[in-house]
Design a protein around this ligand. Structure first.
Ligand SMILES: [Zn+2]
Length: 275
């Protein structure tokens, strides 16, 4: 069975992350926290994936200093660059701080080899469907890269929940039918139904289950089996243990076929991987 983790954070330097983010990493990954730096290289990341039985992982940059933390696109590009394609770099930036987000995205894709974009509207305080960002989404379609959005709750200080409502992605799904849209955390908190509904009415919208305890998935998404084509496995490492989440997912009372799709088959298509 091919397993793909679509949501792994890269931590460039621990000191670039906020104290409450550290708390989260320590809480969910106490053993690793002590030995964290050892994983922050290509070899360390690949070893961790091998141990968990994961073939590919999306590795995320983050530009949210003061809220969660900061890991540069350059670091993520380097980390993934020597992984023979197993680590897939996703760029991230705060569109409020960039004069021309479309040009910035193109530069990150063509010059650094980034293969997707992760946006955090509730951390950087913008609406995903802001018309100012439309040229950037247009460029993402031209470049053929998916865009992942943080949706739902966060415990980090400074996040504003109104920007994380999946409903704002409906505009994008309609206006950019060829844009692959990934709802990270499936609208965690009180938008699970809304997030699933968007995947049902839009062929280009998906859910990544990162940051959700897999043993609770059927509580959040009672129709998981029926809509299993739209769910992608993600761990949110280091705020989770990848191998543990895979084990929990495999225990769910859903079909083997659905598990295979969620754990990897769907991501092969969404990420355009020829495995
Ligand atoms: Zn995350």
């Amino acid at each position: 069975m091919i397993v793909i983790d679509v949501h792994v954070h890269a931590i460039e330097k621990l000191e670039q992350w906020m104290p409450w983010t550290h708390e989260l990493f320590r809480k969910f990954n106490p053993q690793l926290y002590e030995d964290f730096e050892a994983h922050m290289c290509t070899e360390g990341m690949l070893r961790m994936l091998d141990e968990a039985g994961v073939s590919y992982a999306v590795v995320l940059a983050e530009e949210c200093p003061g809220v969660s933390g900061y890991t540069s696109n350059e670091f993520v590009a380097r980390l993934c660059g020597e992984s023979s394609g197993r680590l897939i770099p996703f760029a991230s930036f705060n569109p409020n701080k960039v004069e021309d987000p479309a040009a910035k995205l193109e530069e990150l894709v063509t010059e650094l080899g980034m293969r997707g974009l992760k946006l955090l509207p509730s951390y950087n305080h913008f609406y995903p469907n802001d018309p100012k960002l439309y040229p950037m989404y247009e460029r993402a379609v031209e470049l053929g890269i998916p865009v992942m959005f943080h949706t739902g709750s966060s415990i980090f200080k400074g996040t504003k929940l109104k920007y994380a409502d999946p409903i704002h992605l409906d505009d994008l799904a309609v206006d950019f039918p060829d844009l692959i849209i990934i709802q990270a955390h499936g609208g965690r908190g009180f938008w699970y139904d809304e997030a699933v509904f968007l995947t049902r009415i839009h062929q280009n919208v998906f859910i990544d289950i990162s940051g959700l305890p897999p043993q609770n998935l059927l509580k959040y998404f009672p129709d998981l089996e029926r809509f299993c084509d739209k769910f992608l496995f993600g761990s949110d490492w280091p705020a989770a243990i990848i191998s543990k989440n895979i084990k929990e997912l495999l225990k769910l009372p859903i079909s083997k076929e659905a598990k295979e799709k969620i754990l990897g088959k769907n991501a092969l298509k969404v990420l355009n991987i020829n495995a």
